[in-house]
Design a protein around this ligand. Sequence first.
Ligand code: C2O
Ligand code: CU
Ligand code: CU
Length: 538
Amino acid sequence: MNTSKITRKNFLKVTCGTSALMFLPGFFLNSCENDAAPNREADPSFIPDIEFELTAHRSDVSILPGAKTKVWKYSGKVISGRKDALQTLDDNYLGPIFRVKTGDKIRVRFKSELDEITIVHWHGLHVPEEMDGHPKYVIEHGEKYVYEFEVKDRAGTYWFHPHPHELTGPQVYSGLAGLFIVSDKEEQKLNLPSGKDEIPIVIQDRIFDSDNQLVYINSPMDRMTGFLGDQIVANGKSNFSLDLDTKAYRLRLLNGSNSRIYKLAWSDGTPFTVIGTDGGLLEKPVEKEYLTFGPAERFDIIVDFSDKEPGDEIKLISLPFPSTISGMGGMMDGGMMGRGMMGGNRNSDQSVPDMGSRLQLLSINIRNKVASSFRLPSKLSTINYNDPKNAVNYNDPKKFVFGMGSHMRWTINNRTFEMNEVADYEKVKLNTSEVWEFVNGGGGRGMMGGMMEMPHPVHIHGLQFKIIERINDGGFDETFDSFKDGFIDEGWKDSFLLLPGTRVKVLLRFKDFTGMYLYHCHNLEHEDMGMMRNYLVE
Ligand code: C2O
Ligand code: CU
Ligand code: CU
C-alpha cells in the first residue's frame, strides 16, 4: 500500500478556467465546479531511480516559417538518475521525451505555470489511480503534483498529455503533449535500429492565422465533429522532412491529433512493416498496405531504404477515404446549425481539408548510400494472452454504446461524464477479467438524436487490453471497407477506432490497483463534451 502524504490545504472549489484559445457554447458545459482533490506531494519512503521535473508553461516556438507561435508546452529535466532518461527538443512545442526502462521507479515533480487548471495523464501506462491524472486531481497556477510510480509496462511507445475535464482538447491543441518511451530486456535483445536510427514521429493538425498563431474551434459544429486543421504538423513542424540514408529505421508514430484519422501509406506503395502498437511489440511483424490510424494510437514500424538511391524522396501520406460522418443531411441544411454541415465531413471553414482528404504528412529525402545489413527477426515477443473464456462475463459482455445522446451531445450509454460517478455496470473486481463490447450507433431517442454517426476512437485508462472481435453490422460498408485492412488488432491496445455500424469486443484484466479510472472517446472535442465515464476497480 502506498502511504503517501497529501496536502490538506485544498478544500476550496476549483472553478474551470477558460482558455484564450477556446470557444465553449454554454450548452455543452456541465456545472463548471469540481471538488478539488488535494495536491500530491513526494513520499519520502519512495526511492526513485530517476527523478524528473516537468513544468507546463507558455512559450513561443517556430512551427511555420516566419513569426513564432505562442504555445503551451511541457519542459522538463532530470533531477537525479540517468541523464539520458529525458530527451529535450529545442524550439518545439512538444514535451521532452521520457526514455525509461521497465522496472524503473520514477518520480515526476509536475508544476503548472498555466492560468487554468491542468493535470498530467500518462496515456497507456498501468499506474495507480492517483498517478493516472484523473481530472479530479487538477492543480492550479503555481501548484505542484508529484507522481511516483514504478514503470510496469512493456517496451513500447506511450505518451502524456493534460486531462482536465472540458479542457483536454484546447490544452493538447495548445501544445501540451509528449512521448513516453519504455524499453525492456526482451526488446533490447532484438537489436532493432536505435540511437539516431530510431525516430519518434508525432502527427498533428493545426490551423494558423496570418500571424502564425493557433486557431482552435470556431463553431458549435466543429465541436460536434471534432477539430480538423488545415496544416499537418509533424514533430512540431509544418512541412516536416527527414534526411535519411539507405538503411533500416525504426519509426514510432503517434497520432496526436485532436480528432483527425489518417489512412497511412508510403507514397511509393511500399507496404508497412509493423513491429508494435499501443502496448508494445507484437509477437511477429505484420505487413500492411496501409494503416488505419485513429487519434491516440501508436504504430512502431520498420522501414528499410536499402533499395533506394541518394536523391530519392518518399512521402508518408494519408490516403483518401470516404466520408466518415453521416446523418441528418438535408434536414440540417439552412437549419439551426446553418450551412448544412452534417451531411458530410465539411468543416465550417471551407479551406480545411475534410476528414478523408488526401494529405501529405512528411517527406523523407534519401541522402547517402551506406552499407546496410539489418535483418528483422521473425519473432519479436512472447505474449501470454488471457483466455477470453476466463472472463467473468464471457457469455454476457458489458455493452458500451458510443453515440449521439438525446440532447445533441455525444454520450456513452446515453450518459455523460460526472466527476465522481460510477454506474453499477462500471464497477469491476480486482483480479478478474471482463469482456466489454463497444457499439457505435444507437444513441438517444431525441428529435435529432441517434441520427448522426461518426467514428469514435475509444480509449481505456490504466491498462492494456486485447481486441478479441471486430464486427461490422453493416450500414456503413463503404467506410468499413476503406479502413478494414489497416487495423492491427493483434498485440496490446489502449485505444482503437470504433467505426460507425461496428462493434468491437475487448478483453480486459484488472490487476494490481484498485481505484477509479476513465474510459472515453479520444476525439478530444467529444471527450470535452462529456463522452467520458469512470470505471471503478474494487
Ligand atoms: Cu490519452 Cu484519457 O487519454
Ligand atoms: Cu489515457
Ligand atoms: Cu467520439
